[in-house]
Design a protein around this ligand. Structure first.
Ligand code: PLZ
Length: 448
């Protein structure tokens, strides 16, 4: 064993699109054949090109194809793939302390992440944070804490919500296929209420909130509700941006009725929308904020951050987990916060919106399959319809996503009806790469 580590030099990844084989290429096809023998079909891949490395906004597959990544690993590598500062912080931490189990012997990184979240989540009140490994675990723990604090059981969620794949979170997620079908029995005491979906319901924020609240009061009643959990901008469900005034009205009702108001910011948070958390755009200060995905630049980490008095409701030993707040993930998260500040990354989300939004609105004028353009910052989407209607057009979405993949652009779909294309590029994407990807989208629309 040597006592010094060789300095780690990340491989260079030119920030350009380059397709050199059929998609998938021969090496990807060979890997796919191996995978089919040992990985169950339940785990599927939208674009089965096998990725070798990535940096910034470009991923390279094993055949040497370079893709413009508009998905960022489902909104995870928000500050860019293999961000240098994240890689350096994680590499250094890996050699110092890889694991200790915070519930056995604590370490500073966990505490520092909690301090940073207290500072950057909405509201100036005293806050505390529990760290976990995945978004679904953050949701699970948010619900646990809200139940313990209120002494109540009911959990309210919204139509089109996505909260995860564990038993509780499957029950909280709207879309049964593929997330829940056949995987029951499911957790009880979950109540689903209509959301605000301006393109389809045409309701003002206050009217949509009135409908949500009336529903919750009738089907369960605030006296039995521990929490209401909302995604400020819905993710998997289709990037629904609620009408103005909707979320504040829900929050007000929660506060007046002893219901913990939880923002699932797992997809919308951590600089994605040009604010640390999307709640800020809507003027709400959630009791609990859930983060994951973008928080650690690609390493697994999730957090439940909330009002100190709510977070302290759980008794000592009531919260935890072996890996939660792992030192390497925590070091990466600290680097992510540092990068957001030092590189002014919140403004980068706005820069992306300023290119994406007008371009998508132009495409909407050109192609009548685009029913709606919506989103904030680097979290935008188009909803595809049968022309002249509000009926979902999943076939068009599938064919556009496939065309994009064939032409070197990773483009994610979403939506309860599979008829939404979402744009979640990393904040590191250049104007030129973004415009190039939009040109491919234009071609894909023309080819329909
Ligand atoms: N809440 C708002 O977006 C994860 C799911 C990908 P985990 N979304 C991507 C898939 O097909 O499994 C998500 C989310 C919101 C919770 C979650 C769950 O986060 O880290 O996937 O558990």
């Amino acid at each position: 064993m040597t006592d010094t580590l060789a300095p780690f030099t990340p491989p260079t990844v030119p920030q350009e699109r380059r397709i050199v084989t059929a998609i998938p290429g021969p090496k990807s096809l060979a890997l796919h054949a191996r995978r089919l023998a040992v990985v169950p079909v339940g785990v599927s891949s939208a674009l089965p090109v096998y990725i070798a490395r990535a940096h910034g906004a470009i991923v390279i597959d094993v055949d040497g194809n370079q893709f413009i990544d508009l998905g960022a690993g489902i909104g995870v590598t928000t500050i860019g793939h293999t961000n240098d500062a994240v890689v350096a912080a994680a590499a250094e931490q890996l050699g110092e302390l890889t694991h200790a189990a915070f519930t056995i012997t604590p370490y500073e990184g966990y505490v520092r992440v909690a301090e940073l979240l207290a500072e950057h989540t909405p509201g100036a009140h005293a806050k505390k944070t529990v760290l976990q490994n995945s978004g679904a675990e953050a949701v699970e723990n948010g619900v646990k804490i809200a139940r313990k604090f209120t002494g109540k059981n009911g959990v309210a969620v919204l139509d089109h919500a996505y909260h995860g794949r564990t038993n509780l979170t499957m029950a909280m997620t709207f879309k049964a296929m593929p997330y829940a079908l056949g995987f029951g029995p499911f957790a009880g005491d979950i109540y689903r209420a209509p959301n605000s979906y301006p393109f389809h319901d045409g309701l003002s924020g206050p009217d949509a909130a009135k409908r949500t609240i009336a529903y919750l009061e009738k089907v369960v009643g605030a006296a039995d509700l521990a929490c209401l959990i909302v995604e400020p901008i819905q993710g998997e469900g289709g990037f629904q941006v609620p009408a103005s005034g909707y979320l504040p009205a829900l929050q007000e009702w929660c506060t007046a009725n002893g219901v913990v108001f939880i923002a699932d910011e797992i997809q919308s948070g951590m600089a994605r929308t040009g604010a640390y958390f999307a709640s800020e755009h809507f003027g709400v200060v959630p009791d609990l904020v859930l983060s994951a995905k973008g928080i650690a630049g690609g390493l697994p980490l999730a957090a439940i951050t909330g009002r100190a008095e709510i977070m302290d409701a759980a008794h000592p030993g009531g919260l935890g987990g072996t890996f939660g707040g792992n030192p390497v993930s925590a070091a990466a998260a600290i680097a992510v916060f540092e990068q957001i500040e030092s590189q002014g990354l919140l403004a980068e989300a706005k820069r992306i919106e300023n290119i994406l939004k007008p371009a998508l609105l132009e495409l909407q004028k050109k192609y009548d399959v685009i029913g709606d353009v919506r989103g904030i910052g680097a979290m935008n989407a188009i909803e595809l319809v049968l022309p002249g209607t509000h009926e979902p057009n999943a076939a068009a979405v599938a064919s556009i996503a496939a065309y994009a993949g064939q032409n070197g652009v990773i483009l994610l779909t979403a939506g309860t009806y599979g008829n939404v294309l979402r744009f979640l590029p990393s904040l590191a994407i250049s104007d030129d790469l973004l415009r190039e990807a939009l040109a491919i989208l234009d071609e894909a629309l023309a080819a329909l």
